[in-house]
Design a protein around this ligand. Structure first.
Ligand code: NAG
Ligand code: NAG
Length: 402
């Protein structure tokens, strides 16, 4: 007790600024341990798939330690991207130019696995990046290298106009049109007829993958055997509203709108003709994603309105149409997808789809530990490795395809 009273006496004799500093630090550390460090929550109907995840993805039973000095969601999202872009080495992809039926071209970037899994099955993972992302983007590169290390072949689908490939036709891509994806999936299956196909969709890529998984194309042919959706903005109407809120969100939104406009400007030879359904000069001045979509995307893909497009591209009300075993990862503090917009109640009623929710992590952040970039062992990659390694093994995925 003496030590305690002594320390309190000493503490009280410190200058006030010091006391405030120490109190703030203690408060911060308390907050961190009480509210930030938690095991992810799992939302899935009690049953075989949930048990399978509990047993085979052990990371979900561990606490997730968000990086203490940057766990504010937007800070973490931006910083994760910035730091990864410096520390993640280039991925030695082999590029294939794939010709689409309408004359369009896309780049598929392949990495062969470093080792085969012990069971000697052949697995390929198709990666769908987020809005304006390509295979060189830091989170795509980092995931590709990690997946390669796990023993899977990876192929990154760079959408039309992305990844340094010029448009050959006046058409780009959208969050829910699965025509190009269908051609790519069929191509992979004809190139590797015996491979087990997995899919990873990040952010908007997750919406696209989700659209495919809930389509007849998948239900009839069962192309994908398992999937992961990461940081998906499930409800696009809500997302586009959140992201226009001042100030930080709006800043991110303006930045993304700028990237979209750049994409269109880069393909001005294909997209600027006055015979198109959109007004090129209006499009490239769009200040928000919603403006861009209403000026361009909905005209290109012939949606009635931008809300109609967002409604069709949203997944929160379609989760029950996904039958393939699907593991999803979202952070409760993702500024693009608020916790209240996650379809957790639906997930609680469905057997083969599970949503993992971490308290912190931001949008495609999920940084962990004090210095999160010393190896390719990031939180996100450990989940990917544990999930696909176990679901592909011994044809486990066949037991859960509803
Ligand atoms: C636009 O084109 C330039 C030069 O061709 C290239 O450096 C840049 O990365 C392209 N931007 C986008 C968004 O594709
Ligand atoms: C199209 O973009 C312009 C900016 O160039 C914007 O003022 C306008 O509101 C947008 N149109 C729609 C329908 O959102």
């Amino acid at each position: 007790m003496d030590i305690l009273t002594n320390s309190i006496a000493k503490f009280c004799s410190l200058p006030p600024s010091c006391i405030i500093g120490v109190t703030a630090a203690v408060g911060f550390i308390n907050y961190y341990f009480m509210f930030a460090v938690k095991a992810p929550r799992i939302h899935c109907k009690e049953g075989e798939f949930k048990n399978f995840i509990r047993q085979n993805v052990p990371i979900i039973n561990e606490k997730y330690w968000p990086t203490m000095w940057c766990f504010e969601a937007r800070f973490q999202s931006v910083l994760a991207s910035l730091i990864r872009s410096f520390v993640v080495p280039p991925a030695p992809y082999t590029r294939e130019i794939f010709k689409l039926k309408d004359g369009g071209e896309v780049a598929l970037d392949w990495l062969e696995p470093m080792k085969r899994p012990n069971d000697m099955y052949d697995a390929t993972i198709l990666f769908l990046p987020g809005l304006t992302g390509d295979s060189k983007c830091e989170y795509v590169r980092a995931t590709s290298l990690a997946v390669q290390k796990s023993g899977f072949r990876i192929v990154v689908f760079n959408y039309r106009g992305i990844g340094g490939i010029e448009l050959k036709t006046p058409r780009t891509y959208s969050a829910n049109n699965i025509d190009d994806l269908t051609e790519v999936v069929c191509h992979i299956k004809s190139k590797y007829p015996n491979t087990i196909l997995g899919g990873i969709g990040v952010s908007m890529g997750g919406l696209l993958l989700g659209s495919f998984l809930s389509s007849n194309e998948q239900h009839v042919h069962k192309y994908f055997s398992a999937a992961m959706l990461i940081s998906v903005p499930w409800n696009l109407i809500a997302t586009t509203q959140n992201i226009e809120k001042p100030y930080l969100n709006r800043f991110l939104c303006t930045y993304l709108a700028k990237c979209l406009c750049n994409l269109v400007e880069n393909s001005s030879n294909m997209l600027s003709s006055s015979s198109h359904k959109w007004d090129y000069n209006q499009v490239i001045k769009s200040k928000t994603i919603r403006e861009f979509d209403s000026n361009y995307t909905i005209k290109l893909f012939e949606h009635e309105s931008v809300d109609d497009y967002y409604k069709k591209a949203s997944l929160h009300d379609k989760v029950d149409r996904i039958r393939v075993p699907c593991l999803c990862l979202n952070a409760a503090d993702d500024p693009f997808c608020l916790e209240s917009d996650l379809p957790l109640e639906s997930a609680d009623r469905i057997e083969n789809l599970a949503i993992l929710v971490t308290v912190k992590g931001g949008h495609i952040g999920f940084l962990e530990g004090i210095w999160p970039f010393t190896n390719s062992n990031e939180f996100m990659f450990r989940i990917i490795d544990q999930y696909f390694s176990s679901i592909f093994k011994n044809n486990n995925y066949k037991r859960y395809d509803g």
